[in-house]
Write a protein that binds this ligand. Structure first.
Ligand SMILES: Cc1cc2nc3c(=O)[nH]c(=O)nc-3n(C[C@H](O)[C@H](O)[C@H](O)COP(=O)(O)OP(=O)(O)OC[C@H]3O[C@@H](n4cnc5c(N)ncnc54)[C@H](O)[C@@H]3O)c2cc1C
Ligand SMILES: Cc1cc2nc3c(=O)[nH]c(=O)nc-3n(C[C@H](O)[C@H](O)[C@H](O)COP(=O)(O)O)c2cc1C
Ligand code: SF4
Length: 660
């Protein structure tokens, strides 16, 4: 008899006549592959299909708008307010259902944050008349008077939720997620601070809950008992001065109890900057940091409770379910990083799971470019194009030069395509530049990921690994590869332009990461990029007093805006002094002379650490360029950037080999 490692995680959950195959729900992730009519495309279907194939019990589609006249906040979201959507929706439902998961559609209305409606000249409404004051994403309305939603619009909106749900049902969905959290309309109505109406739709808790309950009841009436309703709400309005408390959240949950099939406990409000990195927990927060709210709710309701936020450890999820703390667990980024998480956990292959790093590359990328990406999953957002496999290409002898994150990805993908792969790594270990962060508390999932990739490479029968071996022209001549993938990385820029750079009290960021003892008690870091700021946090967590000097007017988070917000919050929390517009002029034994906005300054320090950028190993790349008929240069050695770039380029170079 097969012994399940995680029996509680894979225990079916019966709700009405519907049986969920396990306790893992794919949480909504707004996806923007929509056509000109804002209907889902084949690419959108392929994105969600991967999660169903990967074994999730429910796959929730994000950003379905029930009212695109009054309630939409982004240029593109799935339009659910006319029957025209049904064809496009059925594409999604079918993609999910055919793999045994339940397709669920998020029903969303932005209320007073419906900026796109406003831009299109339509009236938008708030629970009570108020001046627009949103903060997030630059798209909200500042200084615009937003009128109170009249009762007839409230009633009309309730009906729009119900009719949208019915369209989803007609298209083949088995469930909807009613979005009552994160600051959107229903959450605005629930908020004691925002909803101070004096009629039956506001003021008291009972009145504030009237609209969300009416929405769910009407959906039930229109769609019937076996069409499931997942009510997502913020169980606490965290980081929001004056926001509602976890106790208020429990009272809200008690009121919705029995009206829905799941009470899905998220937290917070998008529009509060500090809250965003808790709603989508950053790498600096503990695993499952918002579970405590769901656990409390569970004690007070009979409806099954769903927890969400920073789940990535199957054992921890199993323990949570085993103790009855909640009934199911929703994951968003965990299934972006690895859609096969459920399948792997079911088979007890924990070490094969690529745990989300909580680095926000996905979300920042989505906001910036409207495309999905992931630091460690090169396929995400490109599922459709990846259906056109290239395993039929000619078999080649491939030399992968460099065993960092990019080289490992390239070697694995090339071997999967049955090429003969030789990976050479100059040092004695696979992992590359990121190995230096092995002991950093907030990078533990990165450490696990590097170890897992290294193990996969070492154990792969199609990859010959040669450690302590530098890729040189001579070696290439000896191996005679058909293709070379140069994945050599970069080296730190040494600030040799700065007098005193070679004093004994000066070290590079990587050196200090490897050996904390190299940092004294009082540290100055030169460079406020991600490497410098994260190192500052690591040092502060280890008891050092830290000052960061940055020449520019703000730290440089390399385009990862959301991770930048999380890092900035940590800089404040740990009392790190960040001096912007400040240029180091000379390093001395007892600190750094600098020039700042107020003229010359001297910052005392016993150690000075430079984190002023990386430089590609260009010469080493050029040595290899003409040593094989096919040549690819990937990751930091083509241009220093990040894990996402190295991963994606490694993956695609390997797929391109043998094309002719
Ligand atoms: C301190 C630090 C922290 C960082 N933190 C993050 C982060 O949190 N998130 C993020 O996205 N990015 C981060 N980065 C950037 C990230 O590390 C790089 O973008 C990524 O490692 C690039 O991968 P790669 O495979 O191209 O190169 P590397 O990881 O540098 O790997 C290159 C490998 O090639 C080997 N090599 C070099 N020359 C030869 C040769 N001639 N023959 C054989 N082998 C050779 C090296 O020993 C090394 O193992 C960080 C960088 C640094 C320096
Ligand atoms: C890229 C991305 C897009 C998201 N889009 C939505 C969305 O459209 N609707 C929603 O309710 N939540 C959305 N979320 C929030 C997630 O559903 C989830 O609540 C949150 O990310 C915390 O879970 P996690 O730690 O497992 O990612 C999104 C999250 C991410 C990372
Ligand atoms: S990009 Fe980073 S945060 Fe997003 S899913 Fe991938 S690993 Fe997780």
């Amino acid at each position: 008899m097969y012994k399940m490692k995680y029996p509680n995680l894979f225990k079916p959950l019966k709700v009405g006549d519907v049986t969920l195959r396990n306790r893992i729900i794919s949480a909504p992730q707004g996806f923007l592959h929509l056509d000109a009519e804002s209907l889902p495309t084949q690419a959108a279907a392929a994105f969600y299909e991967e999660k169903a194939r990967g074994g999730a019990a429910v796959v929730t589609i994000g950003e379905g708008y029930v009212d695109t006249v009054h309630g939409i906040d982004i240029p593109k979201g799935i339009h659910l307010d006319t029957d025209d959507c049904i064809g496009g929706l059925s594409l999604l439902a079918d993609a999910v259902n055919k793999h045994g998961a339940v397709a669920s559609m998020e029903l969303q209305h932005a209320g007073m944050y419906a900026s796109e409606s406003y831009v299109n000249g339509n009236q938008i409404y708030a629970p009570v008349e108020r001046m627009g004051e949103g903060t997030k994403a630059g798209a909200r309305l500042h200084g615009v008077l937003i009128p109170e939603m009249p009762e007839e619009v409230i009633l009309d909106t309730i009906e729009k939720f119900a009719q949208a749900a019915l369209r989803c049902k007609q298209a083949g969905f088995g469930m909807v997620l009613v979005h009552g959290g994160h600051g959107w309309l229903l959450n605005q109505m629930m908020s004691p601070v925002i909803n101070t109406r004096t009629d039956k739709w506001g003021g008291s808790l009972e009145n504030r809950m009237r609209m969300p309950i009416a929405v769910c009841d009407r959906i039930r009436e229109v769609c019937g008992r076996n069409f499931l309703i997942d009510f997502r709400f913020s169980a606490a309005d965290v980081c929001n001065p004056g926001g509602y408390t976890p106790e208020d959240g429990i009272e809200m949950a008690k009121m919705i109890d029995g009206h829905v099939d799941f009470i899905h406990c998220s937290v917070g409000n998008h529009e509060v900057e500090e809250s965003f990195v808790v709603v989508h927990p950053s790498m600096f927060l503990e695993d499952a940091c918002n579970l405590k709210y769901a656990k409390e709710v569970k004690k007070h309701v009979k409806t099954p409770v769903v927890a969400v936020g920073a789940f990535s450890d199957p054992q921890m999820m199993e323990d949570t379910l085993a103790e009855g703390a909640v009934d199911a667990i929703a994951m968003a980024r965990g299934l972006i990083a690895d859609p096969d998480f459920p399948l792997k956990a079911r088979q007890g292959k924990d070490e094969d799971i690529n745990r989300c790093l909580r680095c926000y590359q996905c979300f920042s990328g989505l906001l910036d470019t409207r495309q999905f990406c992931c630091a460690i999953n090169p396929v995400i957002g490109r599922e459709l194009e990846n259906k056109f496999d290239t395993t039929g290409y000619d078999r080649k002898k491939v030399l992968v030069a460099g065993g960092g994150i990019g080289g490992m990805q390239a070697a694995l993908e090339a071997a999967k395509r049955r090429h003969e792969v030789i990976l050479v790594e100059k040092t004695g270990r696979l992992g590359g530049a990121l190995l230096c962060e092995e002991k950093v508390s907030f990078k533990k999932n990165l450490d696990l990921y590097l170890a897992a990739q290294a193990r996969r490479v070492m154990e792969h029968p199609g990859i010959e690994v040669r450690l302590n071996t530098a890729a040189t022209k001579e070696l290439a001549e000896e191996i005679t590869p058909d293709a070379i993938i140069a994945a050599l990385g970069a080296r730190p820029v040494i600030p040799s332009f700065l007098p005193g750079y070679d004093r004994p009290n000066v070290a590079g960021a990587e050196e200090v990461y490897y050996d904390l003892a190299k940092a004294g008690q009082k540290v100055v870091i030169l460079g406020g990029g991600l490497v410098g700021c994260e190192l500052g946090i690591h040092l502060a967590l280890n008891g050092r007093r830290v000052t960061i000097l940055e020449m520019a007017s703000a730290p440089n988070f390399s385009g990862n805006m959301l991770h930048g917000e999380a890092v900035t919050a940590q800089i404040d929390i740990h009392g790190i002094r960040l001096m912007t517009e400040t240029e180091a002029v000379e390093i001395k034994d007892d600190g750094v002379a600098a020039s700042g906005p107020d003229g010359k300054v001297f910052v005392e320090a016993d150690t000075v650490i430079y984190a002023v950028g990386q430089k590609s190993l260009e010469n080493e790349v050029e040595e290899l360029r003409f040593c094989a008929p096919e040549f690819y240069s990937i990751g930091d050695c083509s241009m220093p950037a990040n894990i996402a770039k190295a991963t994606k380029e490694g993956y695609y170079a390997a797929r391109d080999i043998g094309r002719i």
